[in-house]
Design a protein around this ligand. Sequence first.
Ligand SMILES: [Zn+2]
Length: 130
Amino acid sequence: MPKKGWKSLTLREETMNKLQKMWQTDLSRPRSQTFTSYVEDFLTSLVEREDRLRKYGFFMRFEGAGESHVTIFDNTKRKSVTVRIDSKGKALYCLEDDSSTCIHVGFCYAIDQVLKTLIAKGFKLPKESS
Ligand SMILES: [Zn+2]
């Protein structure tokens, strides 16, 4: 029985194993943090992110992605914008702004499907130096 104010949730074993691996290998979490608390924080941040996307996502909308480009609809410009994925998957480049650091590129990095494409092409984020 979960303690007062909590409810339990059943997950597939595979999902649970992935979460446990995240918890075990996450060097940024407090060492004393329990697995339950870790997952609770993780899910809370996902829910908050989803809320923000629903609230503010209207500025931009993901339209689609191919091997070499991402199309975003920019509601402030009222047009579709193409962001190019370079052939080696090392960078994103916005054709609208001639930039690799504009808001469209930033938006692209937050799209799961785009990130998966980049990772599949061998893209690696620079490691944080600590
Ligand atoms: Zn742009």
